[in-house]
Ligand binder design. Structure first.
Ligand code: PMP
Length: 408
């Protein structure tokens, strides 16, 4: 891999800094990844040369837009190894995909049903289940974590024995970078007769995702975390499961026949894609997949893991730093605090040195409360980061610690 060549494809990372003393050091890819020029170009080309609505026009421009959207569906299918193209549903992002599930599964739920949710989950994989439980008088129960802040195996088994209806897991924690062994967990979930839902938002750019090998019923992710645009995401589901899903949105595009005496819905995938889709974003997502598949996964993974190790070692060497759940097989992100200091002060002082990291509760308040924290700092990596970024961050953090401890 030619790392300099990869980085040079990201215009934002190479922009000229104005009125700032430091060049940007972007370490917040878990919030959103920067976009390569090919993604920007694909979207620009669409609007400049090919803009038309899909699935309706009788003219060539519309047929071409439709073909581009459907080709993008095929590309996503191959990228995640889905068995059927109709299993790939376009949404506007992970949050919408998970809400589509929480609405769509409602008719299958009964009073008293149990929904198990990963305690480390992002709010997008918690709140929709709570809302579903409120509407159906089902119960949500958190899946406990062990001392390593990973799913507690014994507790998982014990809760599965209660015959839950749905089990919602994260693939990779957006705070800690910890990984759930989805293939092993879904086997047990299936044996318990429950539906498995996996939030892949933080996995999709870092791990090879083969939905058939993972064995889950549903898998959700966002385009913008995998070098694609915001405003587009995917809900993948097994055909038989998607078939049973009630559409959250109804209207144009998703119907077979409409009359005032009754409406019939169309077939998958369109049944779950009401309204005009985010066409340019879907085309941008295809360009992002083309960008990602240039790299042999083993190589890019090894490179990211080296950077993560450099980060871990650097942070572990600072006595003022408290590192959280920094396991060797974590992916993409690392969480920490400076003992006795507020995470926002750390973030603000790093920002003054051109370093962009995320500080706060990271949309994972239940995890923060399990960790007895009101927030933490998170550094996260993308394919464009390099050793200099990590070294700059570590040096700036030393400087920050010196400044903060001088104050007190
Ligand atoms: N789940 C996880 C694990 C995430 O990291 C995020 C984004 N921070 C989401 C869900 C929500 O994704 P989006 O905002 O793109 O809908």
């Amino acid at each position: 891999m030619n790392h300099a060549a990869i980085r040079s494809q990201f215009p934002l990372l190479n922009r000229q800094q104005e009125e700032q003393d430091y060049p940007l050091c972007y370490l917040d890819s878990a919030a959103t990844a920067q976009k390569p020029a090919s993604v920007l170009q694909a979207m620009d080309d669409f609007y400049r040369q090919h803009n038309a609505n899909v699935h309706r026009g009788a003219y060539q421009l519309s047929a071409a837009a439709t073909a581009a959207v459907e080709a993008s569906r095929d590309k996503v299918q191959r990228f995640i190894h889905a068995a059927h193209r109709q299993e790939v549903i376009f949404s506007h992002g992970t949050t919408e995909s998970l809400n589509m599930l929480a609405y769509g599964l409602e008719p299958q739920l009964q009073v008293g049903d149990l929904i198990l949710v990963d305690s480390a989950a992002h709010h997008a994989n918690i709140v929709p289940w709570q809302q579903l439980a409120q509407r159906t008088r089902a119960h949500v129960q958190p899946l406990p974590l062990n001392d390593e802040l990973c799913l507690d195996d014994a507790a998982f088994n014990a809760l599965l024995a209660k015959r839950p209806k749905i089990v919602a897991l994260g693939h990779v924690s957006n705070v800690l970078g910890t990984v759930n062994d989805i293939a092993a967990l879904t086997q047990r979930i299936r044996a318990a007769g429950a539906i498995s839902v996996v939030d892949g938002a933080q996995a999709i750019a870092h791990l090879p995702v083969d939905v058939q090998a993972l064995g889950c019923d549903f898998y959700a992710f966002s385009g913008h975390k995998m070098y694609g645009p915001t405003g587009v995401g995917i809900l993948w589901g097994k055909l038989a499961q998607l078939d049973k899903l009630a559409p959250m949105l109804t209207g144009g595009e998703m119907i077979k026949h409409v009359s005032f005496s009754g409406t019939t819905f169309g077939a998958l995938p369109h049944r779950l894609e009401a309204g005009t889709p985010p066409i340019a974003e879907i085309i941008g997502l295809a360009a992002a997949i083309d960008f990602l598949i240039q790299f042999a996964h083993a190589q890019s993974h090894q490179y990211e893991q080296q950077l993560l190790q450099q980060l871990r070692d650097g942070l572990a060497a600072m006595p003022e730093v408290e590192l959280y759940a920094a396991h060797a097989n974590n992916v993409g992100a690392l969480a920490f605090n400076i003992r006795g200091e507020h995470h926002h002060d750390v973030g603000a002082l790093l920002d003054q040195q051109g370093i962009a990291i995320r500080c706060g509760h990271h949309c994972a308040m239940p995890l923060m409360s399990l960790m007895a924290l009101n927030g933490c700092c998170r550094v996260s990596l993308g394919i464009y980061n390099n050793e200099q970024d990590v070294a700059r961050f570590l040096a700036a953090l030393q400087q920050t610690i010196a400044l903060l401890t001088e104050d007190t």
